[in-house]
Design a binder for this molecule. Structure first.
Ligand code: NDP
Length: 276
């Protein structure tokens, strides 16, 4: 299957990549791999799911709402890829078990996990009540722990794998009025390092990506919406927000053999924000 960018209509009907002087069709970088992308129905997770599928992976997308998930699955299938979805909340252990079992049942195992599901809410420690704190930490940090706990044995059974934790540049540097979010993402960065050490011998690589401002439903829905987005852009050395496809390409690098000696890395993708 040829690499597709979201919105790309792909090769014309009847086009055959292998027909040119008998040359074999180019193989995708994730050919034969099975990937689970949490929060795969929208934003960054959607872009990762589409790119991974276009590189040959069979993909399970997971999240709480069916509609965006089924749309992504349709999009992947319409482009000749293979995907299914599993509805569930990453902070609920029984649902998480179904996500990983879904990959095993449908496709025969699991090689790549992207812990991407996440939520944002503003607040200092004073005005973040316990319910909100637990929800943010439960999704962004405990969710990654719960899915990884199921995924590691499945990857071990396949002889290795790659786990990519979608943290945030605010897991590396603080932000005002985002106490719970920063705590959750900082925790995810350290979880990445600890897991990289624990599972290196199992040939499971664990890395974190730390996006800066990316134009997604999460940032568009933030207080102030697109006006806030425009203001934030002024704080970035490369003075624009990032695109979901740019983050997906970094995730692809970490998922593929191109990064075979990279583990425990915490990689900003932030237009230079964390360099300041
Ligand atoms: P989106 O809101 O588009 O994506 C978040 C996804 O997570 C949604 O698909 C949502 O689906 C899913 N999700 C949320 N809570 C849960 C849950 N409890 N269980 C399962 N799925 C859940 O925003 P982004 O694409 O921007 O965010 C993706 C990740 O990227 C997040 O972890 C975010 O923190 C991180 N990030 C984003 C940045 C940005 O600027 N946009 C910057 C840095 C990091 P549903 O609601 O259906 O469950």
């Amino acid at each position: 299957m040829a690499p597709l960018a979201p919105g790309d209509d792909g090769p014309p009907p009847g086009a055959d990549a292998s027909s040119e002087e008998g040359a074999p069709a180019p193989r995708g970088r994730l050919e034969g791999k099975i990937a689970l992308v949490t929060g795969g129905g929208t934003g960054i997770g959607r872009a990762i799911a589409l790119l991974f599928a276009s590189e040959g992976a069979r993909v399970v997308v997971a999240g709480r709402r069916s509609e965006p998930l089924s749309q992504v699955v349709h999009e992947i299938r319409n482009h000749g890829g293979t995907a299914t979805f599993c509805r569930g909340d990453v902070s609920k252990p029984d649902r998480v078990e179904l996500m990983v079992q879904g990959a095993i049942f449908n496709f025969g195992g699991l090689d790549i996990l992207v812990n991407n599901a996440g939520i944002f809410a503003e607040g200092t420690v004073v005005d973040t009540d316990e319910k909100r704190w637990d929800k943010i930490l439960g999704t962004n940090l405990k969710g990654a722990y719960l899915v990884s706990r199921q995924a590691v044995p499945a990857m071990k059974a396949r002889g290795g794998g790659s786990i990519i934790n979608n943290a945030s540049v605010h897991g590396m540097v603080g932000m005002k009025n985002g106490a719970a979010y920063c705590a959750s993402k900082g925790g995810l960065v350290q979880l990445t390092r600890a897991m990289a050490l624990d599972h290196a011998a199992d040939r499971i690589r664990v890395n974190a990506i730390c996006p800066g401002l990316i134009d997604t439903p999460m940032t568009r829905d933030a207080d102030g919406g697109t006006k806030w987005l425009d203001q934030e852009v002024g704080r970035y050395p490369i003075a624009r927000s990032g695109a979901v496809e740019e983050v997906a390409r970094l995730a692809l690098f970490l998922a593929s053999e191109d990064s075979s000696w990279v583990t425990g890395a915490v990689l900003p993708i932030d237009g230079g924000f964390a360099a300041a």
